[in-house]
Design a protein around this ligand. Structure first.
Ligand code: GAP
Length: 441
């Protein structure tokens, strides 16, 4: 299958079918901000639900959390973000374009010359990526707070609360999905790098002596996850960081990368964060962030194994993976999104061949029955071939057609999105037939 060569076709399919729109489009848009449309929101929710299930349903020792986006400003001092969450920034004095210094060719920095217009570049300065805002109505007395740049800190500061309330004992994990914000200097590549995005993070608290073993376990578990969302293993690669690549908090780090049209790029980071985070929060808050082992009474600061995935990036990878332009026998080309049925925004389309002769009524009855089980789409307008093509672009795995034979034999035609094969299925067996293929496969 030919792979996507750029994001352009995906951007236009997204707009055409309602996966992803430019934010505030009627005002000319806002750079690198996107809205998920009717199909996109279903797809993204399915990505999140699959991840949530893979964490909190699969493992008895992982619980969920939904922390506030706005946190006490001291959190970001303790975490190191106020002091160190920066990128080196240079401006062109002539055309005012901003660059991340580390992405510019070295000769431009040496000659201080802008690559776009030949203008002079400023010296580089550290630019903090956190969005600042004010909390409180009176500006003078309001305090500066930040939009969180990662969801992880909400988990760390709630560690004692979860220990006290959930009956979990180490080793255990806390999972969270939520928005994060970074004032990226060079956002772009569609939803790959944006300033507002969603993370799916899980922090796993372990005894320090067991952290290396758990790091290995989580590497394997996270590799396996991508299979459950239909990513071809050939399009995934795994990169272990060398000692000179490690972040200040990390003892070991491992990236999951996907072969995007822009090249291999990070989907997820897995880190052994040691006891850095809990010790920092203990120091800055003055609170006890330690753990007492109920069996041995030993008190210690747990190590944390973090798995941190981008939800939008995972959704983008799923869309790249699914996209195909298939040339049919008659020479025509159909665009089809081969989503894993678990992720498909619409699971079943109900298509009466025509509206007349009782077909509409019967199709509506079938739709009302199925919609209690799946996200169903009903469409009675236009030629059947056109309706199939529309569902191919939406990635709907099954189309159910109701025709005049249905009135006689009480069976429908089910068309498979990928093979385009059609078979007759009795109405009475339809729900079970679909469930077997959509929910279990
Ligand atoms: N708590 C660790 C942490 O936040 P990170 O590598 O900075 O680690 C984790 O971010 C994941 O979040 C990345 O692998 C990526 O998938 C996603 N991510 C980070 N910045 C992003 C951005 N500007 N736009 C979209 N996704 C982003």
């Amino acid at each position: 299958m030919a792979r996507l060569e750029s994001f352009d076709k995906l951007v236009s399919l997204s707009k055409r079918r309602g996966f992803i729109f430019q934010s505030s489009e009627i005002y000319g848009g806002i750079n690198a901000c996107y809205d998920y449309g009717p199909l996109g929101v279903e797809l993204k929710r399915n990505v999140k639900q699959t991840w949530w299930n893979a964490m909190t349903r699969e493992y008895d020792n992982i619980v969920g959390l939904d922390a506030a986006i706005l946190m006490h400003p001291k959190v970001w001092e303790a975490s190191g973000h106020v002091g160190g969450f920066t990128d080196p920034l240079v401006d062109c004095k002539k055309c005012k374009t901003r660059f991340r210094e580390d992405t510019l060719p070295e000769e431009n920095m040496t000659n201080k010359e802008c690559p776009e217009c030949g203008g002079e570049l400023t010296d580089s300065r550290q630019f903090n990526l956190m969005f600042k805002t004010q909390m409180g109505a009176v500006e003078e007395s309001a305090s500066t707070i930040y939009l969180r740049p990662e969801t992880a800190q909400g988990i760390f500061v709630n560690f004692p609360n979860v220990v006290d309330t959930s009956r979990q004992q180490i080793p255990f994990g806390i999972a969270q999905i939520g928005k994060a914000f970074r004032n990226e200097i060079t956002p772009g590549n569609f939803i790959f790098r944006t300033r507002e995005f969603e993370q799916m993070e899980m922090q796993f608290f372990v005894h320090p002596d067991e952290s290396d073993e758990w790091f290995e376990t989580w590497k394997e578990r996270r590799k396996a996850f991508y299979d459950t969302i239909g990513i071809d293993p050939d399009n995934l690669r795994f990169h272990e960081h060398g000692p000179d690549e490690l972040a200040h908090y990390a003892r070991a780090a491992f990236d999951v990368e996907y072969k995007f049209p822009i090249g291999w790029s990070e989907l997820e980071g897995i880190h052994n964060r040691s006891d850095f985070d809990l010790k920092q929060h203990a120091e800055f808050s003055g609170k006890n962030m330690g753990y007492r082992d109920p069996q041995t009474n030993q008190v210690y600061t747990p190590f944390i194994i973090e798995t941190s995935a981008g939800c939008d990036r995972t959704t983008l990878a799923v869309m790249c993976e699914a996209y195909e332009e298939e040339t049919l026998e008659d020479g025509s080309v159909r665009t089809v999104m081969h989503f894993h049925p678990r992720l498909a925004p619409i699971k079943v389309a109900i298509l009466p061949l025509v509206k007349k002769g009782g077909l509409k009524e019967l199709a509506t009855e079938i739709k009302d029955d199925l919609k209690r089980h799946f996200n169903v789409f009903y469409d009675e307008k236009g030629a059947i071939g056109r309706r199939y093509r529309r569902m191919d672009e939406a990635g709907t795995p099954y189309c159910v057609t109701i025709d005049f034979d249905t009135l006689e034999d009480k069976a429908v035609t089910v068309r498979d999105r990928d093979s385009m094969d059609q078979i007759r299925v009795p109405i009475g067996e339809l729900q079970a037939w679909l469930a077997e293929r959509i929910l279990i496969r």
